[in-house]
Design a protein around this ligand. Structure first.
Ligand code: GDP
Ligand code: MG
Length: 840
């Protein structure tokens, strides 16, 4: 709680002072020091300032100042110490002091750095969590928070998205900047990739402008030593007033030291900490100073954010700074002076002001590195493993086929390798169903368990191995850095469809799951490019659709499994391209912004990292199984079970009993073991299972789900789908795997006593009514039309929600839903019509 939250007459002890250095200094000179008792003398509602008593003096603070001072009060003591709960009256100051000890030992730290510098790795190591690390820009699109303890201090640590700069150019940059300025973390950890100092330090120069407490984690220190470079980081730290701590995030080295250094900095005990100014040259500095004077008139703002920072940003023509300052009283003056200064500078130096600032920053970095950094020139040719690999992988001619080959290997493994464990799980599921069938008495619960849950969830769980293998490949591509190459290779091609290489990463991620893929579009600077990438993402067939493909391909395209699967994915990609071009020509006409495609060095991920990464995704799949798929299976089962026509059911059951006893009398007169005996027994079994089948079909067709299916059937009939297929599609809107579980429930009607797999049930399914009675429901043509529909139609609700959130508008989510579903219908229709003609 802050000083401002205290009521009149209330007392608190100062536990932390936020805001920037200059503010902290000023306020501590007034007596607001950590550990001092403050009492609120006078606080009127809505009145600014508030009067406080500290160390016997009465001092008034503005609301915004008071909000930056954190205090511990009697309330905190009661919360943290339940023994004295309900205690009224004054609490002993000693107790307050102990609580203060705990409270003031909470340090908020934020990880800031270039993409791929190892922020998430450090974050995971420090907090013991398992966030996704990846070797390409844009893995962290959202911030992750964790809490951990060291040396009696509690660290609240946040992993921010990777950025190269802090201009308000890309969403990540804006996010990081807003976070630092809005949340005022106590210490910012600037994670540097030691193997690429020059570029990484660019961000550091911007943090320096912000005048905040920084500790540098000199990460990938192993690579620096491996290359044989010499870097006097202690000296550089002194020069720029920021302590440097070497770390090897992937091995956890240097991380305790890093956080101990943070404690030192937080407690103001670190001697190397010093706020320096980067020199932007005489003319620029003069302009900055003029603007700064004007900004400084707004104390509320400058207590939190450095006026120099804003002044520099204004000279850089930064929109974010203009927005932040537009609320100030003298914004018009600031704006006008900025305009004049920029104009003056640009005419004098014949260069635009942003470039001047960037050049000055690089000059600063070069100067700093010249004195402290000696790259190993002797060994230079040896370190270019990455370059050697890249001559092949990103080659103009070979790159593309190699990439296609990798994709092909991925699908091959997913299907062929996955078939073995898939078979084991399938057997296990069947055995469980069989076992329960025998063990349990015939009740509603048994029906729910066997026909609802085991058929539904079991039908989906068998695909877990395939999903894990697919994720293994995606993780491996991300971790090694190949994903970034894929983007690079695709860049040219992507330009042809109006996108660029950066859109490619979200699209590839879409093969895993569209939801994180849509979030990953945040790396795109241009809003139109972002929307476009989002809209075509569902055509990147996600892993949830894979079970449906495998089911149907296994049943109807035996011998051509991999080719068919590959074709489906390829058709999906073609549709993405088609709609990208179409949308680019119609709704998203825009100019393209130039940008740098970067190629991070290749890294061989440890087997453990990739496995863990794969498992993170796989376990999400399992969670889905225990959640939405379980629920959907139960609902679908119930909709298929009710309403029960008890009379009709009893009639069927009676008929079964009568038939059975009739046959039994006939059999009993035959000598057991004779051919005749065997024939009649078989006849009996067949007659009974036909009756049971009729009974179950009757029940299903007259159930709620049968009614829903019949209702939508007219729309689906031109596509060749029966009502069960239509209902499965409808259920798949919740999650694509539900299509499989729904089919598991709907086609479960057993035709003879041995338990069959869902695949063989589909193969033998027949039309029950209409002109096609007796014909198989699935031909190759219907199966393919169905596959096309699944590929293209309505992305699941989670994706719709993600699009709504990321685009900020329902409009786009609804648009996506309608155009994809329309495309699905048209394509399935064409496949069915044309296919039927060809097949005859
Ligand atoms: P972030 O996106 O900046 O958070 O970076 P990540 O944490 O995702 O790391 C990118 C890659 O660098 C991963 O493959 C890590 O395993 C690897 N990595 C992280 N720290 C180190 C390090 O100190 N040395 C080496 N050699 N690799 C590292
Ligand atoms: Mg990250």
């Amino acid at each position: 709680m802050t000083l401002y939250d205290l009521e009149q007459g209330e007392k608190g002890i100062i536990s932390k002072i936020r805001g920037r250095g200059a503010f902290r200094k000023r306020i501590s000179e007034m007596g607001f020091v950590k550990g001092k008792v403050v009492t609120v003398v006078k606080k009127a509602p809505l009145r600014d300032p508030v009067e406080y008593n500290v160390m016997g003096y009465e001092i008034s603070l503005r609301i915004n100042e008071a909000k930056l001072v954190e205090v511990v009060t009697a309330k905190d003591v009661v919360i943290s110490n339940p023994l004295i709960n309900g205690f009224e009256g004054t609490i002993d100051e000693n107790i307050l002091k102990t609580t203060l000890g705990e409270k003031s030992k909470v340090i908020d730290v934020a990880l800031v750095g270039n993409p791929n510098s190892g922020k998430t790795t450090l974050f995971n190591y420090a907090s013991g969590s398992k966030e996704h690390v990846g070797n390409y820009p844009g893995v962290t699109v959202d911030s992750k928070q964790a809490k951990f303890k060291l040396d009696g201090y509690t660290f609240n640590i946040i992993d921010l998205p990777g950025t190269y700069s802090l201009t308000a150019y890309s969403p990540e940059e804006l996010y990081v900047r807003k976070y630092i300025l809005g949340h005022l973390p106590d210490v910012v950890i600037n994670v540097l990739d030691a193997s690429n100092l020059e570029r990484n330090l660019y961000l550091t120069t911007q943090l320096i402008d912000m005048d905040i407490k920084i500790v540098v984690a000199l990460n990938m220190y192993d690579e620096l030593t491996y290359k044989g470079d010499k870097f006097d980081y202690l000296n550089l730290g002194k020069m720029i007033g920021i302590p440097f701590v070497p770390t090897i995030g992937s091995k956890g080295k240097g991380i305790p030291e890093l956080f101990r250094k943070i404690i030192e900095v937080y407690e103001d005990r670190e001697p190397s900490v010093r706020h320096i100014h980067i020199n932007y040259g005489k003319n620029m500095e003069e302009s900055i100073r003029k603007i700064q004077e004007l900004i400084k008139l707004n104390k509320d703002l400058t207590d939190q954010v450095s006026s120099r920072f804003y002044a520099i940003k204004l000279m850089e023509k930064d929109e974010g700074a203009h927005n932040a300052l537009s609320r100030t009283k003298n914004y018009e003056v600031i704006k006008e002076v900025t305009r004049i200064e920029i104009e003056k500078l640009e005419t004098r130096l014949k260069e635009d002001s942003e470039t001047l600032i960037t050049d000055a920053k690089y000059g600063f970095i070069n100067g700093a590195l010249k004195e402290t950094y000696q790259p190993n020139t002797f060994k230079k040719r040896l370190k270019t493993d990455t370059e050697i690999i890249d001559t092949f992988l990103t080659n103009r001619i070979f790159g593309f086929p190699i990439f296609i080959f990798f994709l092909w290997v991925m699908f091959q493994a997913t299907f062929k390798l996955g078939a073995y464990p898939q078979d084991w799980i399938e057997k296990l599921v069947a055995l469980t169903g069989q076992g329960l069938n025998v063990l349990l008495p015939d009740t509603l619960i048994k029906d729910l368990l066997v026909n609802g849950i085991i058929n539904g969830v079991g039908g989906v769980i068998v695909f877990l191995p395939n999903i894990l293998i697919l994720f293994f490949f995606i993780s491996f591509m991300e971790d090694t850095g190949y994903m970034a190459r894929a983007a690079f290779i695709m860049d040219k091609l992507m330009h042809k469809i109006g996108l660029h290489g950066k859109s490619f990463i979200p699209l590839i991620m879409g093969f895993g799951c569209n939801v994180p893929a849509i979030m990953a579009t945040r790396t795109l600077e241009n809003r139109n490019d972002r929307l476009l990438t989002m809209l075509i993402n569902p055509f990147m067939s996600c892993s949830a659709r894979l079970p449906v493909y495998i089911l149907l391909i296994g049943a109807f395209f035996q011998g051509n499994e991999v080719t068919t699967l590959f074709t489906i994915y390829a058709i999906g990609i073609s549709f993405a391209i088609f709609f990208a071009v179409l949308f680019k020509k119609t709704i998203f006409k825009s100019e393209e912004a130039p940008f740098v495609m970067e190629l991070p060095p290749y890294r061989l991920p440890t087997f453990r990292t990739t496995m863990r990464h794969m498992w993170n995704k796989g376990s999400q799949y399992l969670k889905k199984m225990g959640g939405i798929i379980l629920l959907a299976s139960m609902i679908i089962w119930a909709l298929g079970y009710f309403p029960m026509n008890a009379k009709k059911m009893t009639e069927y059951d009676q008929e079964i009993t009568v038939t059975e006893s009739l046959y039994n009398t006939a059999i009993s007169s035959l000598p057991s073991g004779s051919a005749e005996y065997g024939r009649v027994t078989a006849e009996k079994n067949e007659a009974i299972s036909r009756l049971e089948h009729e009974r179950d079909s009757y029940r299903q067709e007259n159930s709620f789900i049968g009614k829903i299916g019949k209702f939508i059937e007219p729309v689906m009939r031109p596509l060749g789908f029966d009502w069960k297929m239509s209902v499965s599609l409808l259920a798949g809107v919740a999650a694509k795997e539900v299509v499989v579980s729904t089919m598991g429930v709907l086609y479960q009607v057993s035709q003879n006593d041995n338990v069959e797999s869902l695949q063989s049930k589909l193969q033998s399914a027949e039309h029950k009514s209409g002109e096609k009675t007796g014909q198989p429901v699935f031909t190759k043509v219907t199966a393919f039309a169905y596959l096309m529909f699944i590929l293209l139609y309505f992305p699941c609700v989670a994706v719709v929600a993600a699009v709504r959130k990321e685009s900020g508008k329902w409009k786009w989510a609804l648009f996506m839903v309608s155009y994809t579903t329309a495309a699905a219908w048209v394509v399935a229709f064409l496949v069915n019509q044309v296919g039927t003609i060809i097949v005859g």
